[in-house]
Design a binder for this molecule. Structure first.
Ligand code: F6R
Length: 364
């Protein structure tokens, strides 16, 4: 039921503060402010040598963000692959690895094939999965549930931010298990997670401003999305969302890669969405932004209040609430979803059922 919303996607975008909250209460002990994994999922990360993540599409981008977190908070080396590539790369699987699948549906054929391949090699399997009765959930050794509820829109939104919330909790738990994080560090990071539903609700207030940008995006033939650090996978996700539902060609790039090729595309017809929280990477991204501006590119900057002050000229600046740097991917996900949604609505495409796409991809 779409309720008062025009599309399931709009409803699912709006639900994110609530379902991220639901996912977090499964992983956070609200009285101690520490991570507490759900029953049956109390995995100990202390003896792991590596984490090998596999997933497809949006779930893969959640994994890319998680790699930064596991490596930083837990000093745990992370391999990450697109599931359809994993097996053919023939990676040596160390017995001390956890193979972690990420999937909303739990039925994606490529991810399932990777799970079975890893299992056959004797590796332990974890799964971050939204559908608890799915094949991937059944075949995994440890299930880390997301609590996004049913996602109807083909373009994934709330499942993605719930995956991020769960992966953030797992990375903090891994940091504690591996004695990289102190109790105080853990409590600080958990406090940032608990703030998320409120901050995500605030980010949803950008909707009107984003709707006004839809005609600009709708005119474009190509759109670039740039970000550094954990904003880089969100740039990839932004480009995927726009492609899927508006059929406009879009690419996400690490901001630093711009001058190694894609800047050749930039002229006054190309909107460039820059994701840049005011963090230690901001100055570098701002200088990439100036390179775009100098070639006439239309910059749509997504940043916080401090970043907006330091940004210089843009075509549009969308200000999201300031947050602890590590949770910014969950906040920046919202404006990029809204850009795709309002562009598609403006163009009149079938937002919930885009052409050529299926909600769960059960062939390899
Ligand atoms: C993008 C999208 C797809 C899925 C991918 C994996 O909006 O929905 O890229 O993320 O097909 O699906 P799951 O998570 O069900 O394995």
């Amino acid at each position: 039921d779409k309720g008062a919303y025009r599309h399931f996607m709009a409803k699912e975008i709006a639900e994110q503060p609530e379902v991220v909250g639901h996912s977090l209460v499964r992983y956070v002990d609200m009285t101690t402010g520490r991570i507490r994994l759900p029953d049956g999922a109390d995995f100990d990360f202390s003896t792991l040598d590596r984490l090998a993540i596999s997933a497809c599409g949006t779930a893969y981008y959640a994994g890319l963000v998680a790699r930064y977190w596991f490596e930083k908070f837990a000093r745990l080396p992370v391999d990450i692959d697109i599931a359809s590539e994993f097996r053919y790369r023939e990676p040596p699987l160390a017995p001390g690895s956890l193979a972690l699948m990420i999937s909303q549906s739990g039925e994606t054929a490529d991810t399932l094939a990777t799970l079975r391949h890893c299992k056959a090699q004797g590796v332990k399997i974890g799964a971050v999965v939204n559908v608890p009765t799915s094949t991937i959930a059944r075949e995994a050794d440890v299930i880390f549930p997301t609590v996004a509820g049913v996602e109807v829109g083909v373009a994934s939104t709330k499942a993605f931010t719930c995956q991020l919330a769960v992966l953030a909790a797992l990375a903090i738990k891994a940091g504690r298990d591996r004695k990289v994080l102190s109790d105080a560090d853990e409590q600080k990071l958990v406090a940032a997670l608990i703030e998320l539903p409120r901050l995500m609700s605030e980010a949803l207030h950008l909707e009107d401003a984003i709707e006004k940008l839809a005609p600009t995006f709708a005119k474009a033939q190509d759109v670039l999305y740039l970000g550094r650090g954990t904003s880089f996978p969100i740039a990839l996700e932004g480009a995927l969302k726009l492609k899927e539902i508006s059929y406009i060609h879009a690419e996400g790039y690490a901001a630093g890669e711009l001058k190694h090729g894609p800047i050749a595309l930039v002229d006054e017809t190309v909107p460039v969405v820059v994701l840049a929280p005011f963090d230690p990477l901001f100055e570098k991204t701002a200088s990439n932004m100036q390179e775009v501006a100098a070639r006439g590119g239309r910059i749509v900057l997504i940043t916080d209040a401090e970043g907006a002050k330091h940004a210089g000229e843009t075509f549009a600046t969308l200000v999201v609430p300031k947050a602890f740097a590590f949770v910014s991917p969950l906040i920046y996900a919202i404006p990029i979803q809204l850009i795709a949604y309002h562009t598609a609505v403006f163009m009149g495409t079938d937002v919930d059922q885009p052409r050529n796409l299926a909600k769960s991809v059960t062939v390899e």
